[in-house]
Design a protein around this ligand. Structure first.
Ligand SMILES: [Zn+2]
Length: 344
């Protein structure tokens, strides 16, 4: 039987936190790592937190979220700064939702040389010698420049194409507690490969670019069936429609806002309502290789075309800029060796 958030581990972390002396200084080095292609605002460098010289150099060890069973799924969550640490229960709860969804997935463990791991401008002293299954570094910052979410996928398994290393940076300035939850839930979807493993698995057709919008769509059979079941049978275009409108966030990596409305994995989030984590999204994870539990889906059906159009006209209440970074993609074999690097 799977066990999820481990209260003992939580208590251990909290004790460690009380003993550690934390100081706030600017040390986040930007642009220095192979995975750091998510440029942060300059202000980001000013809110990074690091331990003082006599404190534990690794004040927040990675926290396991998901099953203890090595043949089931778990995230390793590294809270890399004080901002993330303060929101840990919210962050871990969102990761746990996805861990339940893909709990039955037996991903290949990666032998890992303990040491500093870098991704998306973040770094963490990872002290374990096996990466099981996805290490996610999380930073919470306050840029005071209108908000922003950055998700970066740096490492993937060569065997399955599924992610093994990623980073989330959220600017929480001006966001409600519910919105913070929504953004983290959305971000952890990308950490599993939603939107970012599609091209490598050859499941994305007609990718769009800013100057060349196309009828971009995801071709996974199970997601298409779930799309039809959710009211998409009469949808005239190729299924499943993927975001192709640049003003609505990252193209090619989200469901199309104009068709999906309040679904979680579109590019826009609504104010005052938690967006729905649909069976379409869960089945898209099955299409890329996870074993999923579709019972974890929220009840969701596609909005009528007219309602979706008027919602589009109103715009998302939360204008958050999101950067989804998927390149360069570093692929590892089970011994932790870099097998290939893909740059788009
Ligand atoms: Zn996104």
């Amino acid at each position: 039987m799977a066990s999820y958030l481990d209260p003992l581990k939580e208590a251990e972390i909290m004790n460690m936190h009380r003993k550690a002396t934390i100081t706030f200084i600017a040390v986040l080095s930007l642009g220095s790592t192979s995975c750091d292609f998510a440029p942060l605002a300059p202000e980001a460098a000013m809110v990074a937190t690091v331990p003082t010289a006599d404190a534990d150099p690794n004040p927040y060890p990675a926290i396991a979220v998901g099953s203890d069973d090595p043949h089931r799924f778990q995230f390793e969550i590294a809270l890399v700064d004080q901002g993330a640490y303060e929101l840990r229960s919210q962050i871990l709860a969102q990761a746990d939702r996805w861990a339940r969804i893909v709990d039955g997935s037996d991903l290949e463990d990666i032998d890992w040389e303990p040491g500093t791991v870098r991704c998306g401008g973040l770094e963490h002293d990872y002290r374990q010698d096996v990466l099981d299954d996805v290490l996610v570094m999380v930073s919470v910052q306050d840029f005071r420049d209108g908000g922003g979410l950055s998700t970066t996928n740096c490492g993937y398994r060569e065997s399955s194409g599924l992610p093994t290393l990623g980073a989330i940076v959220l600017d929480v300035d001006g966001l409600s507690r519910g919105q913070v939850n929504d953004f983290f839930l959305h971000a952890f979807g990308h950490m599993l490969g939603f939107g970012v493993s599609w091209q490598d698995r050859d499941l994305l057709r007609n990718p769009s670019s800013a100057d060349r919008p196309a009828d971009t769509h995801f071709t996974g059979d199970r997601a298409i069936a779930a799309f039809v079941a959710a009211g998409g049978a009469s949808y005239r275009g190729p299924k499943v429609p993927v975001e192709n409108e640049t003003t609505w966030g990252s193209v090619n990596t989200h469901w199309r806002e104009s068709v999906f409305g309040e679904e979680l994995m579109t590019s826009g989030l609504r104010e005052g309502v938690a967006d729905y984590l649909s069976a379409i999204t869960i089945q898209s994870l099955a299409d890329i290789g996870y074993t999923v539990d579709v019972e974890e889906a929220d009840s969701y059906s596609l909005p009528p075309a007219r309602a979706a159009a008027s919602a589009m006209a109103a715009g998302p209440a939360v204008h958050i800029t999101e950067e989804v970074v998927i390149s360069p993609a570093v692929f590892y074999d089970r011994h932790g060796n870099v097998v290939r690097v893909v740059r788009n």
